[in-house]
Design a binder for this molecule. Structure first.
Ligand code: NAG
Ligand code: NAG
Ligand code: NAG
Length: 411
């Protein structure tokens, strides 16, 4: 009820009421519009420090052949210069990024990280159960024993029998078939066979790394493989790798404008030269990345990269791109992974961050981490694989390793 005195109030009084109403209206419209603004992609580079200090203990555990670099320019596309600067683990960056992003992922794309875990009762060779609707999916092959590639080539220095033991056992238990490829040491290469522009300041390990990758790629060319995934012998991945790869294949197709139902020789479509599945140094992708969720709320950015990447934990090539990449690597003047990064400036390279194939650091003396350089002798208590939520190696070791939680032999 309004009193008569209200009507007698001076115009100034109405003015202030009007002002108050306007302020309330502005606030109200701001708050009601918030929910529609929230589920936006975070600005991928906003919180990536341009230079980060080596703070985390996770990073300290990382060997020197793990080269973590950040894009100093803060840009993924273009031609960012990479610097080998030590950085804090991206895990914490990732956590803060993914929390926001996962909420934006439609429920329909959520996955069950199950189809990779090989239960002890599951016999090797049994056909994976697929839903009838998926039988004709052009992406179904990503779950086969070679992950949708014609071959998987694992590079291993013969002296690192320890790594071959672990990866052989782990991959077999997960129904993944590897072909082993013998790596070489730089010291064993004739100087005449070095790249003519080789930077002599680089380590012998880098030289061996170059030769070993080049030989693996040459094998793809010589054997005429239509495609191959090349991995290093310390590779590790999530137990849900096969479902992750299914989503990755879908996103790689979207990026390459390949219809999801188009039958192509590769389940990943026909618009790629290199699938960089195991890399380091890559910040979250650009805002037009395709995103899919993974284990433990972990979102993955899939995007086309034009360089500025490092580490060759795992990458796939086609017969055509193997020839081009081989030609590109014949004469390099820098570490092989950086050279592959440059190759990507002119080729269709699709990558995923965080990596789907990681680099496992085993428990025990840290000097076992790298074949490129020596580390301290200080022991690592527990094995670890950075950025991999449910490590297939740790799972395997936990079940049948030297100190199994559950001593059950599969089969
Ligand atoms: C897996 O699928 C790829 C692509 O179709 C194929 O080339 C490869 O031979 C398959 N691997 C196995 C073990 O069947
Ligand atoms: C990419 O192409 C440009 C010209 O189109 C050339 O200048 C550059 O050297 C090429 N880079 C690579 C990595 O092939
Ligand atoms: C690593 O240590 C061994 C033994 O001390 C030495 O022979 C080798 O040259 C070292 N390698 C590098 C890359 O520093």
């Amino acid at each position: 009820m309004t009193s008569p005195s209200f009507f007698n109030a001076p115009p100034r009084f109405f003015k202030s009421i009007y002002l108050a109403l306007v302020v309330v209206a502005v606030y109200a419209s701001f708050f009601t519009s918030l929910p529609s603004k929230l589920p936006q992609l975070p600005k991928p580079h906003a919180s990536i420090p341009s230079k980060v200090e080596p703070t985390s203990t996770v990073h300290d555990a990382i060997s020197s052949d793990f080269r973590f670099s950040t894009h100093v320019s803060g840009s993924v596309s273009g031609n960012p210069s990479t610097k080998r600067i030590k950085a804090q683990s991206t895990q914490s960056l990732l956590r803060s990024h993914t929390k926001a992003v996962v909420q934006t992922i439609p429920q329909a794309t959520k996955v069950h990280p199950t189809n990779m875990v090989t239960q002890p009762s599951q016999k090797a060779g049994t056909k994976p159960h697929t839903k009838p609707t998926e039988t004709n999916s052009p992406m179904e092959a990503v779950a086969n024993a070679t992950l949708g590639f014609e071959k998987i080539i694992a590079i291993n220095l013969p002296e690192r029998t320890d790594r071959r033991d672990v990866l052989s056992l782990m991959s077999t238990m997960n129904n993944i078939k590897l072909e082993w490829h013998e790596a070489v040491k730089g010291e064993d290469l004739a100087t005449k066979a070095w790249p003519s522009h080789w930077d002599k300041k680089l380590k012998m390990g880098e030289l061996g790394n170059w030769r070993s990758h080049l030989s693996a790629i040459r094998r793809v060319v010589e054997e005429g493989y239509s495609s191959a995934l090349i991995i290093e012998d310390d590779a590790d991945w999530d137990l849900s790798l096969k479902s992750q790869l299914h989503m990755f294949a879908e996103k790689a197709r979207i990026i390459g404008n390949v219809p999801l139902d188009k039958q192509t020789p590769s389940p990943y479509g026909d618009a790629w030269d290199l699938l960089w599945l195991g890399e380091c140094a890559t910040p979250p992708g650009p805002s037009d990345s395709q995103i899919f969720p993974g284990a433990g709320d972990q979102a993955h950015w899939v995007f086309r990269t034009h360089g500025g990447m490092a580490c060759l934990y795992g990458y796939a090539v086609t017969q055509r791109s193997a020839r081009m990449l081989m030609g590109w690597l014949l004469d390099v003047d820098e570490a092989t992974d950086f050279a592959v990064g440059k190759f990507c400036s002119n080729h269709s390279c699709v990558t995923v961050w965080p990596e789907l194939i990681g680099s496992h650091k085993s428990a025990g003396p840290r000097n076992r981490d790298s074949s490129i350089s020596n580390q301290t002798d200080e022991a690592r208590e527990k094995g670890e694989t950075r950025n991999i939520v449910n490590s297939a190696i740790l799972d395997m070791l936990g079940r049948i390793g030297p100190s199994p939680k559950l001593r059950v032999w599969p089969g």
